[in-house]
Write a protein that binds this ligand. Structure first.
Ligand code: NAD
Length: 290
């Protein structure tokens, strides 16, 4: 396939490299000067999109996605797929999709989980919104860049799935961290706490697969001085998107809101910036009730 790839950052660069390595003809564009193995450089986003069978965007936020979409939609040929893999607000995803559809393109929103490691290894999970026709066209590329894709329904539903998942993740990570800090104060050994909870009804991905306590459970960023992993500021971004969507949809999400408030304080007022999101445990450890 002839692929345009716009946004060659931490995630986009290795994803584009994997597509090129698999034999696709990839033309990239980033506003910063970036060189990616096997990917030729265009001078503008429109040039990267022109004549492509499929254009992938991997950009920081919805505002930038809307701006880039306004440049590339007119340049793309009818019937081509516009595949946005960024994490953005549901509203931007749906607006870009309807603009793309209006000019005869096939839009997909397909945010990912798996982080930079997954992007490099080609083991991302894609949560996909859009038509079945567009999904089937992009499927061979999901198989190269990732290990799993789930078609979640029409445009915007990929973003909806991503923010609902990450809202649960933020809440369960906080719950796991505050429970460890309470267990410490009650004199309960962390290993015993893990052994019980990881096999009881309090279990979760945060406890079982990404345990925030150093030296306990499988290897995680806690064992590497909380170097991300999944940075607290990225968790904050996704939690904010969840609350923006909850406002727009009039959904009551009190724990999602509480998690957003806690991560905001952690990142903006405490020492959370640049640390893994599981560093909530040392944060709780230091605090009392007051
Ligand atoms: P990044 O900041 O490393 O990359 C974004 C790239 O977009 C940068 O290279 C930037 O120069 C480029 N860019 C910005 N504005 C542009 C424009 N107008 N035209 C062309 N290029 C432009 O970010 P990232 O970590 O690669 O994340 C990309 C997206 O993936 C985000 O939406 C993020 O939330 C999501 N995501 C990231 C991770 C992660 O672990 N990093 C995990 C899952 C999802």
């Amino acid at each position: 396939m002839k692929i345009g790839f716009i946004g060659l950052g931490n995630m986009g660069a290795p994803m584009a490299a994997n597509l090129a390595k698999a034999g696709h003809d990839v033309t990239g564009y980033d506003m910063a000067t970036v060189t990616v193995n096997g990917v030729s450089n265009a001078r503008t986003a429109a040039e990267a999109a022109d004549d492509a069978d499929l254009v992938i965007t991997m950009l920081p936020n919805g505002e930038i996605l809307r701006a880039v979409a306004a440049q590339i939609i007119p340049a793309m040929r009818k019937g081509a797929v516009l595949l946005d893999c960024s994490t953005v607000d549901v509203d931007s995803a749906r607006t870009v999709a309807s603009d793309a559809e209006a000019t005869g393109l096939l839009p997909l929103d397909a945010p990912v989980s798996g982080g930079i490691g997954g992007a490099t290894a080609g083991t991302l999970t894609f949560m996909v919104g859009g038509s079945d026709e567009a999904y089937q066209t992009a499927l061979p590329l999901f198989d190269i860049m990732g290990q799993k894709s789930v078609h979640c329904g029409p445009s915007g539903n990929g973003q909806a799935a991503k923010i609902c998942n990450n809202m649960i993740l933020g809440v369960t990570m906080i719950a796991t961290c505050e429970a460890f800090a309470l267990a410490d104060k009650l004199g309960l050994d962390r290993q015993a706490m893990f052994d019980v909870v990881s096999t009881s009804s309090g279990y979760s991905w945060s406890m079982n697969a990404y345990c925030p306590a150093p030296g306990i459970g499988p290897k995680s960023p806690a064992d590497n001085n909380y170097i991300p992993g999944f940075a607290a500021e990225l968790m904050l971004k996704d939690l904010r998107l969840s609350q923006q969507a909850a406002d727009a949809a009039d959904a009551d999400t009190p724990l999602g809101q509480a998690a957003t408030d806690l991560y905001r304080r952690f990142v903006e007022e405490e020492d959370g910036q640049g640390r893994d999101f599981s560093a909530m445990l040392p944060r709780f450890e230091k605090r009392g009730r007051g």
